[in-house]
Design a protein around this ligand. Structure first.
Ligand code: MN
Length: 202
C-alpha cells in the first residue's frame, strides 16, 4: 500500500509571521511529497510494502539508504506538521509540564536544550524531544532524515516533538540565521499535540 501526503491541518499562511507561507508551501507540497514519492519507489515490490512506517523505521538497518532517508523524511515531516499550529506557543501544561520539570528542571531549560541541539547539528537534521527507553523525557538530535525510532539512532526513543533544522525549513525568511528560526518556532509549537504524543508514548 503506497504512502500518501496528507493535507496540512491548517492553512499554509497560518503560522505567519513566524513561518512564512511560501516556506510552508514548498516544504509541505514539494519536499514532503518528494520523500513520500521516493519512499514508495524504494519499497515497491518489496516486503516493506506491507509494513507500517513505524516498523520499517525500527528495523531500518535492514533496508536500503533510500528507505532510511525517505521513510524518515515522511515520518519526521508528518510529526512536524502535527506539532505546530496557529494557536501554539506558550508553555506546556498538566502531566507533560510536570515531566518536563522533572527531566530538565524547567520549561526554559528544555527550550534551551532543543535550541542548542538544533543549532549545533552540523548540516541538516532534527532536534527532538523524546520519551526514552527508560520512560523519561530527553532531548537529542539526528542527522539528515534519521530519527530516534530508528535502530541506527545513537539515542533511541519515541519522538513527541521534532524541529526540522534543514535549511529548507527556514532559509527563505531567516537565511543563515538558524538560531533566529529556533527562537521563532516556539511561538507556533502546539503543546496540546505534544502532550497527546507524550500520553501515547509513555
Ligand atoms: Mn523538512
Amino acid at each position: 500500500m503506497a504512502f500518501e501526503l496528507e493535507a496540512l491541518p491548517y492553512a499554509a499562511d497560518a503560522l505567519e509571521p513566524h513561518i512564512d507561507r511560501e516556506t510552508m508551501e514548498i516544504h509541505h507540497d514539494r519536499h514532503h511529497q518528494a520523500y513520500i514519492d521516493n519512499l514508495n519507489k524504494a519499497i515497491a515490490g518489496t516486503d516493506a510494502e506491507n509494513a507500517s512506517l513505524e516498523d520499517i523505521l525500527k528495523n531500518v538497518s535492514n533496508y536500503s539508504p533510500a528507505v532510511r532517508n525517505n521513510g524518515g523524511g515522511h515520518f519526521n515531516h508528518r510529526l512536524f506538521w502535527s506539532v505546530l499550529g496557529p494557536n501554539g506557543g506558550g508553555a506546556p501544561t498538566g502531566e507533560l509540564a510536570q515531566a518536563i520539570d522533572d527531566a530538565f528542571g524547567s520549561f526554559d531549560e528544555l527550550k534551551k536544550k532543543l535550541q542548542e541541539a538544533g543549532a549545533t547539528r552540523f548540516g541538516s537534521g532534527w532536534s527532538w524531544l523524546i520519551v526514552g527507553e527508560d520512560g523519561k523525557l530527553a532531548v537529542t538530535s539526528t542527522p539528515n532524515q534519521d530519527n530516534p525510532l530508528m535502530d541506527v539512532a545513537d539515542v533511541k526513543g519515541t519522538p513527541i516533538l521534532g524541529i526540522d533544522v534543514w535549511e529548507h525549513a527556514y532559509y527563505l525568511k531567516y537565511q543563515n540565521k538558524r538560531p533566529a528560526y529556533l527562537e521563532a518556532i516556539f511561538n507556533v509549537v502546539n503543546w496540546d499535540a505534544v502532550a497527546q504524543n507524550y500520553a501515547s508514548a509513555k
